[in-house]
Design a binder for this molecule. Sequence first.
Ligand SMILES: [Ca+2]
Length: 367
Amino acid sequence: MKHMAALIAGALAVVMSARAADYRVETVASGFDHPWSLAFLPDGRMLVTERAGRLRLIEPGPDGRARLRPEPVAGVPAVLARGQAGLFDVVVDPAFAVNGQVMLSFAYGTPEANHLRVVRARFDGRQLREVQPIFTSQPAKAETQHFGGRMAWLADGTLLLGMGDGNVERTDAQRLHTHLGKMLRIKPDGSVPTDNPFLTRPNARPEIYTLGHRHPQGVVVVDGVPYAHEHGARGGDELNRIEPGANYGWPITTGGIDYTYARITPYRTRAGIEPPLVDWTPSIAPSGMAWYDGALFPAWRGSLFISTLKEGSVRRVPLAKGSPGPQEVLFQELGERIRDVRAGPEGAIYLLTDSANGRVLRVVPSR
Ligand SMILES: [Ca+2]
């Protein structure tokens, strides 16, 4: 009897979650060339980066409906666009209404010698002004893979930035003299916070916050705690809670193997290395990430939303007191690689599709 009651309760839970998940997907704007990141301005306008190096603005048109401004935002610095290199993230200063500041991350340099660079600039509604570089990764790396580039504001007003391992010498992720394969923390003017964890370590880059990352592609701060995900090779995609000074293992530990099927390391876990909160093997190829606590989908509140390229989905990962719950695979019916996911100020969910004719989609309740 108890068993039967549990079965019925389970069936009800499924029905309820299916009902709660009733949604429809609208196209907000289309015609983007590999859109990479979306950020909301305080008045609801949206900035969208395109990997080739353009920044686009979605604003209300004459009829009040969202409209993609045909001209790209002027003043974006020249970016290295090739392979995985290009214009990456855009984040809006929490005090944008007062200072108009936005931050952009992008690949900078040549295919043979390049960097991850962050600039800040004032956006006047049409163009970027007073563009200032605030961070340039060191040393220069070759090839055009594994830049990282996602950014998020920490509660204290500092900026967290993910940097990939460059995919040339993977052990760089464990070496503190290089920014490669790290999460980095800087102030909005580019200076180094005085409490960064490796400041007293000889020859360590002072911006380093955590080490042992392969290719971080999503970072979000929830109740003051940062979470980041990253790509493994063949398997071993990870979600991690980011603790200052911690080592996340790459390439000493991983849940995956190499693309050639060769073993990368004998260790999945090891003393002194933070294990992932979630390991995705086989790979889903996580891209963007958002925290959802919005009004329109009560059943989805308190969840991380993680867009994916390979799986062509958004993974909903409920977080209860920092622990991940059962995942839900969403939006696979769209048949798209999804590059970014964001929670809109009104509680809708926004998606960027990754293609040469990429779209900004909005998910709203169907009723
Ligand atoms: Ca790891």
